[in-house]
Design a protein around this ligand. Sequence first.
Ligand code: BMA
Length: 865
Amino acid sequence: MKYLVIIMNLSWITLITFYNNAHSKLPSLAIEEINQGWQFRQVGEAAWFPATVPGIVHTDLFDNKIIEDPFFRTNEKDLQWIDKIDWEYKTIIKVDKKLLERENIELVFKGLDNYADVYLNDSLLLSTDNMFREWRMECKSYLNEGENSLKILFHSAVKEDLPKLKQLGYQLPAVNDQSENGGLGDKKISIFARKAGYHYGWDWGPRFVTSGIWRKIYLEAWDNAKIIDMYIKQKHISTEKASLSGVFEIQSIGKQNATLSISDYKKSDNLGKTETLLLPGLNTVIIDFDIKNPKLWWTNGLGEAHLYKLMGRLHIGDNTIDEAYKNIGIRTLKLIQEKDSLGRSFYFELNSIPVFMKGANYIPNDNFLPSVSAEEYEEVIQAAVDANMNMLRVWGGGIYENDIFYDLCDKYGILVWQDFMFACAMYPGDDAFVENVKNEAIQNVKRLRNHPCIALWCGNNEIDAAWGYGTDGGWGWKERFSKEIQENIWNNYKKIFYDILPNIVKQYNKEIYYWPSSPMAGPDKRAFYEATSGDIHYWGVWHGKEPFESFKLKIGRFMSEYGFQSFPEFKTVKAYTIPEDWDIRSDVMDAHQRSGKGNELINTYMNWYYKSPKDFESFLYMSQVLQAGGLKMAIEAHRRKTPYCMGTLYWQLNDCWPVASWSSIDYYRRWKALHYFVKKAYNEILVSPTEDDGVFSIWIISDRLEPVEAKLDLDLIDLSGNILFQKKIAVSINANSSQCFFKKNTKELLTGIDKKNVVLIVKVSEDEKILSSNQYYFVPIKNIDLPVPQITKNIKTIKNGYAITLNTDKLAKNIYLNIDESDGFFSDNYFDLIPGEISTIYYFTQEKIIDFKNKLKIISVVDSY
Ligand code: BMA
């Protein structure tokens, strides 16, 4: 576990008058964050301990040295008692006379996890049951001048939900809920709590059913009126102008005249203004306005992700009463599903351009959510940007992410496929549950709808596919229930995913398309691997044990999930193990491999493609090489199929703890081999060689919006770099396309050549600049007699680290550069070092490493067996 460091330099005694920006003072609004003086204890125990807010009980216990690091070795097992217990948090809020003179004082909870009773001066103010919701309570009548006690009692989610299971009388499917690990046998209760599904365990995550104040708490005081919400609707966009509407919700105490204005904050340009008569209660005020010659928002790779900062201002008399700010990106975004000769398209059109989506599925960055810092969010999104991605899918078993996540996606041009928080389970349908879901959905749609990054609202992850329609298919869930219960469960499902959620999206964010479940072949058509419409989660490779080559055959219109596991690098493994654990089969390694068949599958595929690794460390490295090679094959095949296929999101970008998983960056945000491979496979221009049924072909895929005149070079070399065959082809690459530029029977191409001892190097260049290069091996690597290379390294110190120039006398397959005691970043890694070519890569670090050249270790596949 990362140690939680939160710097608190604001005194809780100070009333912080909240300025939305440095220039404007808003006498009407004061916000005081309540993050100081917190203590916590186990209910029934005498001793109180200091607590961090926002935070959660597991990190507070760790910070107080009451428990060991939950992520270390098998500690998770010993910490399952925490979720069976009620916890109490308390602090003192000091309130001065000035604050009490305000007309309204609200206590605002951005997130409480999960069943909490809030007491202000011993009066029960609020009971909560949904970590995804924000809670806001008028509290003036409970406050006294001076000290006030605020206490929050967190009921154990386990104790709270077990009776619900009993009452329901049957177990709803929840395949990833690790109830046995939590000592609950087969009682899977995660479905009853509106709480992140992965807290109960997943096939890449531990079981830590957390509780606590996971987002900020503050007191908000105001007089007269207040802007509750500001929504910028984009009505019509052309190059000349963007016609927009600012839809404001304003809470007013009385009947009063007000002026509302909207302006471009950076340019101080007034865009629109309206006089209005506010009535007591909630008012909706609309200002229509235009932005002339708008700069459009583009995704990463296509142009600038231009953002306008808009400011809404509410004036009453001579006073500015409130201000609101929103960053918006002007863009049109459509999901195009049109019938064509092959089925039905499924692609996103941004500013009238069909855009191939290159990305990954994203899970929460930690089991202990408040411990993820802003810098860590930035690093994760930056890794997506650096790997040339333009879309992330916020998957339904996690959380509606923090604002910072969407701000970063807006800033860097990453579209977000946003699931509602439901995954791989069936959920209850009683009125209270449904009402709770409704409130959660409205709040989150309203919170996120201004972000230009939001591309799609999706009901859930894999539930339609798992349950199945009629009597066919599915994951065998239905069969366990009587017809009557089946109908009941399915009706509850339909109520949420075909009625409530689509209607909420229609009402609050109708510009964005709603897709009931991922995957689906159509809005009302169940997914299947051969579908020629909708999106596909293709798990034939991995779960279905099909060879990687199946990735080339099972391609749909939009590949929203597929993947393969690997282990994190040794440095990461060392963070949760001691030397005696360094065996894939050890209890500790097993506890950090949550897919029951994970190791067996990795072994099976490893034996298909590579020689058996000689030891533990080699196995870790080879698992990454295996994963990267497999997914390279998938991504390239998906891109070659443009425009039939228009999106590829592999499973999964990141990890929530150190573990063997499908991720391409690990918990410490270290790039696995896969992430380096993804960066190349998602390059704007990709040259992709392939072989299908004995025919070898070379494709070039371009995401550029203009054509490119380029040169395609083919070099067939032996493992010592001797050229056996060479060809240069002038190529005219069309805009936004995938084209085949070379095709030959492999036999013809390799006449008289031993295909075990050659590699074909392909390169596309424009004016001598290489746009993309790739290699092709004609046999599985295990069948190649890899030579032992002599690698020469030349090191130069540069401003932010070191430049490393490498060359080799013989092919060095997947060279892995590593420095044990340093944690910098290699600009490239795990690539094939080709004899006769000089490669320069960079190691970025702030450290001065003595004897860098000798400390830099380089291994390749031949060293692994
Ligand atoms: C997909 C995801 C996750 C899971 C992954 C690997 O189904 O939606 O539920 O972790 O496969 O099994």
